[in-house]
Design a protein around this ligand. Structure first.
Ligand SMILES: C[S@@+](CC[C@H](N)C(=O)[O-])C[C@H]1O[C@@H](n2cnc3c(N)ncnc32)[C@H](O)[C@@H]1O
Length: 358
């Protein structure tokens, strides 16, 4: 067992402790806290630990609501208040954005009213042989068995309780499913559907926090509805983000079968193949890629030269990478902090860029 003194919280919500040239990451700790921990994994001076005991507690520490919190890797901030969690995440976004000029940008928060009971989709991992189902432990494929998850909407919580009672899930898992795998539960039309061992959201991507999704859709309507715009909704899925915009012409591009135009945007020739079929101009981009971001953004911007770009992202680091080349030609007008995933280190961010020259 080793002693620690936490210096700060990293973007993954872990406490950071430095000693000589060694760095330690200890989840579920807070700045200023002291105690002991166990090193679980080490590589080239970087160590990942697990909290063992606290000898000095932070004043912002609270009792987690979930009984599985200390073992489960799904939540990262239950040991402090929602306000403190928001501070940590917003400071993280501010730190990332230091690399660009934010002086003229307004800061807008879209905050979830609910801290828990919001997720309409989640994945559990199972092991038939060991008869356990639950969440992975951090940095490991070991499963922490759970019988509930307070992040989930009540319908999914009820379903988890039924599935885990007397290991009922073992009676319903299709015989051909492998010994180890995952189960996805998602709410659709007030009903909880199950899929076994399929890719995340295989039946089509949908945002997991409906309340904050509605706030984001409203924000986009307020931004773009008044004018007669031609909007290209890149990674638009089934058109979720633009569904309230009436006056504009919107075209969504995605691999999703319900998109207006089905295209793999990561292919190097995606722009060429799109403009072969669509010669119309577009003056507004909404870009909402997966975590890996959209490295081809510059090509699309160079071709269409949109007046406004709203880039929405679940990974602000890749968003920053993608918008950085555009900052010469675009003014950063607004930054949105979007509280899509309370309780966890995840959040979304968006930036609104306005073209300086035409
Ligand atoms: C963060 S989601 C956003 C979806 C949509 N804007 C919404 O709010 O529901 C990312 C989207 O990227 C799409 N996607 C993933 N890889 C893609 C690719 N290679 N080309 C085009 N779309 C892709 C997914 O289908 C998904 O709809």
């Amino acid at each position: 067992m080793k002693e620690f003194l936490i210096d700060h919280i990293d973007p993954l919500g872990q406490g950071v402790f430095k000693e000589s040239d060694e760095i330690y990451f200890i989840p579920k700790t807070l700045p200023g806290e002291k105690g002991t921990f166990e090193v679980l994994k080490s590589k080239k001076g970087v160590h990942f630990g697990a909290l063992h005991s606290l000898t000095h507690q932070s004043q912002i520490r609270i009792e987690p609501e979930c009984p599985f919190y200390s073992q489960c890797s799904g939540c990262h901030y239950q040991h402090t208040s929602k306000e403190e969690e928001l501070n940590f995440k917003q400071n993280n976004l501010k730190r990332l954005l230091k690399k660009v000029d934010t002086q003229k940008a307004s800061w807008i928060n879209l905050i979830s009213k609910k801290r828990y009971h919001y997720r309409n989709r989640l994945q559990l991992h199972y092991n038939k042989k060991l008869k356990i189902i639950g969440f992975h432990q951090r940095n490991s494929h070991k499963i922490t068995p759970i019988t509930n998850c307070i992040l989930a909407v009540p319908e999914i919580q009820n379903k988890i309780q039924k599935l885990t009672k007397n290991n009922h899930w073992l009676n319903i898992i299709p015989a051909q499913e492998p010994v180890k795998g995952h189960l996805e539960l998602y709410l659709i039309n007030n009903d909880v559907q199950l899929t076994w061992n399929q890719a995340y959201a295989a039946s089509g991507f949908s945002q997991v926090n409906q309340e904050v999704n509605e706030q984001l859709i409203q924000t986009i309507e307020d931004l773009f509805s008044q004018r007669n715009l031609k909007i290209l909704d890149l990674f638009g899925g089934s058109g979720n983000l633009t569904r309230k915009i009436q006056s504009a012409r919107c075209l969504s591009i995605d691999t999703h079968p319900q998109a207006d135009y089905t295209l793999d945007l990561f292919k190097d020739d995606s722009l060429d193949s799109f403009i072969q079929k669509h010669q119309d101009p577009f003056d507004t981009f909404i870009v909402d890629p997966p975590r890996s971001g959209f490295k081809n953004l510059s090509k699309w911007v160079e071709h269409f030269q949109p007046q406004k770009i709203l880039y929405v992202s679940c990974n602000p680091a890749t968003m920053l990478r993608d918008i950085s080349p555009e900052i010469q030609d675009y003014q950063l007008e607004a930054i949105y902090f979007i509280d899509f995933f309370p309780g966890t280190y995840h959040y979304e961010a968006a930036v609104l860029l306005n073209r300086r020259v035409n």
